[in-house]
Design a protein. Structure first.
Length: 234
């Protein structure tokens, strides 16, 4: 998108007025003074100085990003201002603090968290293949995959011990029995389904959503408090 069109759209002004801002060196693209012929690409940052006000925008394209959410952590923006609550926003870079979570993850939820920028007005429908959720679920004792499938009305696969290695970064307890469950439900809803069948899980981790998977890179970036997130352009 041409930068004058982008600035005009963001500020609600004409392109001619946007051109004037650019000529006056009041617009920066990724920290450098913008030129009239510049284009705004995905993940670019545009700053506009208009009068006494300064505006900052991301690239203006609909975008989803994936980050790792640890347990015992809120996703509400209000939690930032409550010193007694740990918020996911405390671990995000300033750029990502403008993004909002997609769907619900409660305090105890763990795993991949999808966030969207304000350019994305609507999400893919729940029936869309991109929106399928996948969970790692553990139990104290071995369970029948058929019983689990009946309880959650979803696809279930037992995860063999030798397959746990791919998730070493999550510190999985090898004394527990692990399953991969495909179910387009929130963590709390999945827990309720299992609990209603008297099947009590020990740990539930969302490992995939909207076609994005939880990786060691995302997990480690949480530890370093420096996200460079996986993106899904929509």
């Amino acid at each position: 998108m041409r930068i004058n069109k982008f600035v005009a759209k963001q500020l609600g002004i004409t392109r001619r007025e946007a051109d004037e801002l650019i000529r006056n060196k009041s617009v920066k693209l990724n920290g450098d003074v913008a030129l009239l012929g510049d284009s705004v690409q995905m993940n670019d940052t545009v700053e506009v100085q208009s009068g006494s006000k300064k505006y900052s925008y991301d690239g203006g394209f609909p975008q989803l990003v994936a980050v790792y959410k640890p347990p015992n952590c809120f996703i509400e923006t209000e939690s930032i201002y409550d010193s007694k609550k740990v918020s996911i926003y405390q671990f995000l870079t300033p750029f990502l603090r403008e993004y909002t979570p997609v769907g619900a993850m409660n305090y105890m939820s763990e795993g991949i968290l999808i966030m969207k920028n304000n350019q994305l007005d609507s999400m893919p429908p729940k029936g869309d293949s991109k929106s399928k959720m996948v969970y790692l679920v553990s139990f104290d004792t071995s369970k029948s995959p058929l019983d689990l499938e009946k309880a959650v009305s979803g696809s279930v696969q037992h995860l063999a011990q030798k397959e746990l290695g791919q998730y070493d970064f999550l510190d999985l307890d090898s004394t527990q029995t692990w399953y991969v469950i495909h179910k387009n439900y929130s963590r709390s809803s999945l827990y309720s389904l299992l609990n209603s069948s008297n099947i009590i899980p020990k740990r539930i981790i969302k490992i995939s959503d909207f076609g994005l998977r939880l990786t060691e890179q995302l997990h480690d970036q949480f530890k370093s408090q420096g996200y460079s997130p996986v993106s899904l352009n929509v």
